[in-house]
Design a protein around this ligand. Structure first.
Ligand code: FES
Length: 192
């Protein structure tokens, strides 16, 4: 066999080999087993339960389940219509039960009649006075003032979060959420 025959033979052999390889089916692809459920179940056992609803379902039977239960309960309550109603606040006084008190605003130099269904700050502003305030929801002390007596008795706060019992006993009030419950004088812009 000369070189040209040998070359031809090798060429044919390679071609046949390539064609055979091309048509031979390899090992078929199989998806690996889905173990995600198993992993989640294992994780559910190792992650402690939370008793608050989580934004993401961290584990099977975890926060997501609690949130779902809470949501169902919440829905039931809402359907009942009672839980959806807000608690009446100190300003929720029916028209025919509104009372008025004489309150002296010492620094403003005037005594005015204030209603018991409106915060002192609002009623002072109704007079055109530029009284201090910031949050208007009882969570800073910008609007603080001092009344002439025990503020626990003279005003009713609507959810104030800044003054303790002693400070209120000393007469300090947060005028933005303080509803008058008696006659007194008040010094505005006085913080404990
Ligand atoms: S303005 Fe913040 S507590 Fe009254």
């Amino acid at each position: 066999m000369d070189y040209s025959q040998m070359g031809l033979f090798i060429g044919i052999a390679l071609t046949v080999g390539a064609v055979v390889l091309h048509f031979t089916r390899g090992t078929p692809w199989r998806a690996s087993e889905d173990i995600s459920k198993e992993v989640l179940e294992h994780r559910a056992k190792s992650v402690p339960e939370t008793d608050f609803p989580e934004p993401m379902n961290r584990s099977i039977g975890g926060g997501g389940a609690v949130a779902a239960v809470g949501g169902a309960e919440g829905g039931a309550e809402l359907e009942g219509g009672e839980a959806a109603e807000a608690e009446p606040g100190p300003g929720d006084i029916p028209e025919d039960e509104i009372e008025y008190y004489e309150v002296e605003f010492v620094k403003e130099g005037e005594t005015i009649e204030v209603a018991n269904n409106k915060p002192l700050l609002d009623q002072g502003e109704d007079q055109g006075w530029d009284l201090p305030y910031a949050c208007r929801e009882g969570s800073c002390v910008s609007c603080a003032g001092k009344v002439s007596g025990d503020a626990n008795e003279l005003v009713e706060h609507d959810n104030q979060q800044m003054l303790d019992e002693n400070e209120m006993s000393d007469g300090y009030v947060l005028t933005c959420v303080a509803y008058p419950r008696g006659e007194f004088s008040i010094e505005t812009n006085e913080a404990p």
